[in-house]
Design a protein around this ligand. Structure first.
Ligand code: MLT
Length: 406
């Protein structure tokens, strides 16, 4: 008899964004004549940068000729892209990352969900609250969390990120082995300084713990004082894996390309206390279960690092930050406190009422979609998240509707 993975029964009935999509679909069906404006899931709306499009086309054309045709590529990614990433995102900022420490993939969501697979099942996991739900759900599926009660899994250590701590969690009081951090943060849009990240790096090194550092929104950092990579913090190569994506940087949500950095200095321990290389383990996993990102997509991603690509990516992210500024200003006018939106495409608004109730009111009465904070964890109750990914006209229209409603 084929048996089910019983841990799946501990998951919430559906994935947050699937749940929202269901409510939105029901609204659209009931209101076919009304225009819906989506400021919920962080999905980009603007076309790809021209440099990426040109490289994408050229990559496709290469596949059309016998002399330049490509079949399977390296599972870890083509050297041209890994070299461009190492230089453009890390070495240029003084962070030591070598091209062969980069693993190109189709998605940060997959990477961040899959990484836990190479660690033992009885490790203690620390998860921020509020949090991108994939960190939690992938550990639930693996059987690390126990059952959920009152929106909390007994087996997880929660790192509360609240107004009181500036949305940067304090160190856990109970010992932990695997720590998830995300800056600029999804969902709050908060950022962390060098000093704040150093506290975590020092903790991880002292406790032989490992940090999963999700930097998917790094392209939105504008404050030059803030670190862009965890490898700008001394010692991070010994304790952190960094996750990045072209989705929010260059509009690749539909194209699919991301990468993780696994430094060769990073160790994990077996039951006998012997060191193992995380790089070797991930390489084994990645080359067994993944067959590489398509060649034209990698060409398009590499174009991000050309001078034109850099200028165009900056303009694209500036455009979304311009939307974020309008959202922040509107809520400030209504006396609702916000965080995020200055170095992040997300704005976390304290709505001072049940966040699902606010979500439903906004959807039903204004035809605007946000994301209820409670969907990201208990600390998200009373908040909603607005995404700045939309056209300017839609953002302005949504804010007009919100002004009327509030
Ligand atoms: C979000 O809205 O949090 C993101 O778009 C989700 C994702 O990138 O998977």
């Amino acid at each position: 008899m084929i048996r089910v993975n019983e841990h799946y029964s501990k998951l919430k009935a559906s994935y947050l964004f699937a749940d929202i999509a269901k409510r939105v679909a029901a609204w659209s069906q009931a209101n076919p004549e009304k225009k819906l404006i989506r400021m919920g899931i962080g999905d980009v709306t603007e076309p790809l940068p021209p440099a990426c499009i040109a490289a994408f086309h050229a990559g496709v054309d290469e596949l059309a000729r016998r002399e330049t045709f490509k079949g399977y590529g390296p599972e870890q990614g083509y050297a041209f892209l890994r070299e461009a990433i190492a230089q453009g995102d890390f070495q240029s900022r003084g962070a030591k990352v070598d091209p062969d420490e980069i693993f190109v993939s189709d998605s940060s969501k997959c990477d961040v969900g899959n990484i836990q697979e190479i660690f033992a099942n009885d490790i203690r996991v620390a998860i921020p609250d509020p949090v991108y739900p994939v960190y939690v759900d992938s550990n639930v599926m693996a059987g690390r969390t126990g059952a959920s009660e009152n929106d909390r899994y007994a087996g997880l250590v929660y790192l509360e990120s609240t107004h009181a701590n500036g949305y940067v969690p304090a160190l856990p009081t109970a010992p932990v082995d695997l720590i998830y951090l995300c800056f600029p943060n999804n969902p709050t849009g908060a950022t962390a300084t060098h000093a704040q990240l150093k506290v975590w790096v020092d903790y991880a090194r002292a406790n032989k713990a490992l940090i999963v550092f999700d930097a998917a929104y790094v392209a939105y950092l504008r404050d030059p004082q803030l670190p862009q990579s965890i490898y700008e913090i001394a010692g991070a190569r010994e304790c952190a894996i960094e996750f990045r994506s072209f989705s929010k940087t260059a509009g690749f949500t539909g194209v699919r390309c991301a990468f993780i950095v696994v430094p060769k200095d990073l160790k994990v321990w077996d039951a006998a206390g012997r060191e193992q290389s995380v790089h070797a383990l991930w390489n084994r996993r990645h080359s067994t279960k993944f067959n590489g990102v398509s060649y034209p997509v990698q060409k398009a991603a590499a174009a991000v690092y050309t001078p034109d690509g850099q200028t165009q990516v900056r303009a694209l992210t500036d455009f979304y930050l311009g939307n974020a500024k309008l959202v922040r200003a509107e809520f400030a006018r209504r006396g609702l406190a916000c965080v995020g939106g200055e170095n992040s495409p997300y704005i976390w608004v304290e709505v001072k009422r049940d966040s699902w109730e606010f979500f439903d009111t906004l959807l039903n009465q204004a035809g605007v979609v946000c994301t209820p904070g409670a969907g990201f964890g208990r600390c998200g109750q009373g908040y909603v998240r607005f995404s700045a990914f939309n056209s300017r006209a839609n953002v302005e229209e949504a804010l007009g509707r919100i002004a009327t409603l509030l």
